[in-house]
Design a protein around this ligand. Structure first.
Ligand SMILES: [Zn+2]
Length: 237
């Protein structure tokens, strides 16, 4: 899960902070800041990408929307319909999970062959439990098997992108040059799933740096100059 910086509350042309009247009005600014991908599964944006409330605007058992959550810039991320609907209205306790705007979520999970996401095994048991809870909260462990009509295509997409990234790495090893490296960055941008590319190219610091710089909103302070993931200041990982 790509760690992101949403940045401060956006301002208008006169430099005044924007008070969003409806949360949907923040969508454009969020895309500008965070790029066109789901903040959780990293699926590429389509028209269904929605403003996601980290703390749900109308949690289970609540009769009406909680205004300070509904319109709070710092409670917004972007989510695809699958992540959004899996997470649903569960009234989360933020500290029980990892969040891409607070933690270095790239350190929390391991991406492996076949697009599988698991808690990073080097974490403490407590942190692995939080990683597991985060995977379950967003449904990143869902694997609809042998169902070509499955509406949740996150795992299938990850599996495909994993193979594309492996192929790109093999081709690069045969024909390594700057132009091809840039082409791989373009391919990554087109297919999304940034964390998979960061994993497949984990031993290529130059490619890691290119991926880290390629997308809007990536929390660059979560990585050192070799592209290695660092503990996020103030984060749990
Ligand atoms: Zn998603």
């Amino acid at each position: 899960m790509r760690p992101v910086n949403r940045g401060p509350l956006p301002t208008d042309a006169s430099g005044n902070e924007i008070n969003f009247k409806k949360y949907g009005d923040a969508r454009g600014k969020l895309i500008e800041r965070l790029g066109e991908t789901c903040s959780y599964c990293e699926m590429h944006l389509d028209s269904s990408l929605a403003v996601e409330h980290v703390k749900p605007k109308k949690p289970e058992g609540s009769d009406e929307n909680i205004l300070e959550r509904e319109l709070d810039w710092y409670n917004f991320l972007l989510a695809c319909v699958n992540c959004n609907s899996t997470k649903g209205k569960k009234d989360v306790i933020p500290d029980d999970y990892f969040w891409p705007d607070k933690d270095n979520t790239f350190r929390a999970f391991t991406y492996s062959e076949g697009g599988i996401i698991t808690p990073y095994a080097e974490l403490s048991v407590e942190l692995q439990d939080k990683a597991k809870a985060t995977i379950e909260l967003t449904g990143l462990n869902k694997r609809p098997l042998n169902d070509p009509k499955a509406s949740d295509r996150r795992w299938i997409n990850r599996r495909e992108v994993w193979d594309i990234a492996i192929l790109a790495r093999e081709r690069l090893s045969r024909n390594d040059n700057d132009v091809f490296r840039e082409q791989i960055v373009d391919t990554m941008t087109g297919h999304a799933y940034w964390s998979i590319w960061m994993t497949v190219f984990h031993d290529d610091p130059d490619m890691l740096q290119r991926f880290i710089k390629a997308l809007a909103g990536t929390a660059t302070d979560c990585f050192d100059e070799d592209g290695m993931a660092l503990q996020r200041p103030g984060g749990q990982v």
